[in-house]
Design a protein around this ligand. Sequence first.
Ligand code: FHN
Length: 409
Amino acid sequence: MRQQWFDEARFGMFVHFGLYSGAARHEWVQNYEFLTDEDYLPYFENFDPDLFDARALARRAKETGMGYVVLTTKHHDGFALWGTAVSDFNAVEACGRDLVREYVDALRAEGLRVGLYHSLIDWHHPDFTVDWNHPRRADEDVAALNEGRDMARYREFLHAQVRELLTDYGQIDYLFFDFTYPESMDGLAGKGPEDWDAVALLAMCRELQPEMLVNDRLGIPGDFVTPEQYQPTAPLMVDGVPQVWEACQTMNGSWGYHRDNTEQKPATLLVQMLADSVSMDGNMLLNIGPDGRGAIAPRDERTLSDIGEWMRLHRGAIVGAGHAAFEPPREGVYTRRGHKLYLHLLSWPLGFVHLPGLAGDVTYARLLNDGSWLRTSAADPGQKAVNMTPAGEAEGTLTVHLPVARPDV
Ligand code: FHN
């Protein structure tokens, strides 16, 4: 299934928020540090998202040029951000707030599409069998641990929680299941689609939310493919059929808030990834990890603000745009919206930019000192044709989009 809103939006916000945010050192902290439920309990007991402001988050996404948001309703640690009836390990029990309700209401108030992320994995649930990526994987006797654990009961729990989310919160536009994993390199069991009863789970999604897009991580085909932390090198095809796809990216390598991770990707790089995705008919889902109190980290605010300023100028080259069947110059990528062609220079040009494959007189363009462009003909590269302003949008001609930050010259 395709949805025009998704194909047009091109740009969404991913939000990883949960108990791990308070640990401030990665959403897999329970796994990386082999934390037992008892070790992890203080994060539940002290969970107080007093700065979680769903409306402000929705506004920030909108100002950044994003058309949808995807919130972790529950990550692998099993902590639910809504008042699920099938587990006490949830936000209503911890702090009296149904954060999913606050979130969906805020997005709708801002006219954004509603996306939910839901973990298939649940390290907290007593029936979820210990496997190669479980925090208890290194315990002496995994077999003894798994005695009595019943994945059939876990599947009932998993389906019950998904049913709650798709029944109690109005129209849901997008669901990101996460994730199915085969056995490990050293032969330890993983979990496949049969462990989730993926076919029945997907059928339930279709029944409850017929217009909702579902991703590909149930381990069976979904509505879109989800390359993670990398850029495809060409439009994604399967058996010659173009795939709807969405690349998901972190700001700094960690999905959940990581206080000491300062490897912030610059806005210029993230804008390049966005333009690159759209040039290949893809979307980009850019992640933020609010801190333990639910606040957006200042470094993420700054990056989102820079991207938002670029999108304010160049929205038309992204939203509703897609692949252009012209050979791009070595310095950039093209996107196309209708009869408008957009050149995204992913680095400041050294001089002339050769634009191969374009009909007519636009085969060379050169950035002049005042930031305007000299459009010249192939016949006489030196001939001054027409100046182009990078942000200008003239019908039927090339519009050049420049990187976010111009190097200090
Ligand atoms: O294990 C998760 C990870 O924490 C994060 O949620 C990403 C987001 O796509 N998904 C899984 C890793 O692929």
